[in-house]
Write a protein that binds this ligand. Structure first.
Ligand SMILES: O=C(O)c1cccc(C(=O)CC[C@H]2O[C@@H](n3cnc4c(=O)[nH]cnc43)[C@H](O)[C@@H]2O)c1
Length: 256
């Protein structure tokens, strides 16, 4: 099954560029954009600039890659905007991917490795109570998790050699052993945390589209240690992942 047009949403420009480099390596035509700025288009290896207003309206590239900003709100807003523009232009997307660097839970996801979500979980959306954290769903509102298509996400994880499990979306980066332990207690199979996946997934769900989340691990979830970050290694892993992704998406629908 060919997946159709792909929207990839990163937080920042270096992540976007790492994704575009991977897609180019795979021979996929990709455009790169950021809401409200001049953007570059990469098609068959040639980079040209244009305004972002054109990105979804005119593009027929196999993938558009957007740097949305940091956090779930920015991610949701940019994703919803890109999806709506593409729909209006008659070139809708078939799949949305949240991608970037992230924190890895030990021992599942060491530095420089990849994580693919089997669930995208809003880990700090809820209420803090005397009895501990209560998820928003237990308060009677909305949802706190989105599920990528199981067959597709598992197959992508296998093709990428990635850890496969819940990826947590947080608005506050974990920086203490206590919080890491609390998250692990609530989500014992979590493989990574980042700040955008749930926002991207909310927008995709509102548009009726499937979503994946792919994270390259730049730091461990735990006590803050800036000297230990490996952002370069993680960006290289992200490029490697998107070099393999187009082939991994061509799956047999019987198995999805
Ligand atoms: O100041 C810190 O201690 C710190 C530690 C890790 C990341 C940050 C960021 O500000 C980066 C946020 C940016 O990168 C993604 N990211 C990367 N690592 C993590 C993490 O461990 N937990 C959550 N998000 C992470 C995130 O998706 C943002 O786009 C600062």
């Amino acid at each position: 099954m060919r997946p159709g047009r792909l929207l990839v949403v990163t937080a920042v420009a270096v992540e976007r560029d790492a994704v575009v480099a991977g897609l180019a390596r795979a021979g996929a035509a990709a455009s790169a954009g950021r809401t409200g700025t001049t953007t570059g288009t990469l098609t068959a290896g040639t980079l040209t600039s244009r305004t972002d207003a054109d990105t979804a309206a005119t593009d027929s590239a196999a993938a558009d890659v957007v740097a949305a900003g940091v956090g779930p709100a920015a991610a949701a807003a940019a994703t919803a905007t890109a999806l709506a523009r593409a729909e209006v232009a008659g070139v809708p997307y078939a799949l949305v991917v949240s991608a970037g660097i992230g924190g890895g839970f030990a021992p599942a996801a060491p530095l420089g490795t990849l994580a693919v979500a089997d669930a995208i979980v809003a880990a700090d959306l809820g209420a803090e109570t005397d009895a501990g954290f209560v998820p928003v769903t237990d308060l009677g509102f909305g949802t706190s998790r989105h599920l990528p298509p199981a067959g597709l996400s598992r197959r992508v994880a296998q093709a990428l050699g990635a850890a496969y499990g819940p990826v947590l979306t947080v608005s506050t980066v974990t920086g203490t052993a206590e919080r890491a332990a609390a998250l692990t207690r609530r989500h014992p199979t979590a493989v990574a945390e980042a700040m955008e996946g749930f926002g991207v997934a909310e927008a995709a769900a509102a548009a009726g589209l499937p979503v994946l989340e792919i994270r390259a691990v730049s730091n461990a979830v735990g006590p803050r240690d800036r000297a230990a970050w490996r952002i370069g290694d993680a960006l290289a892993a992200l490029t490697g992942a998107f070099g393999k992704l187009p082939a991994a998406l061509e799956v047999d629908p019987e198995h999805d």
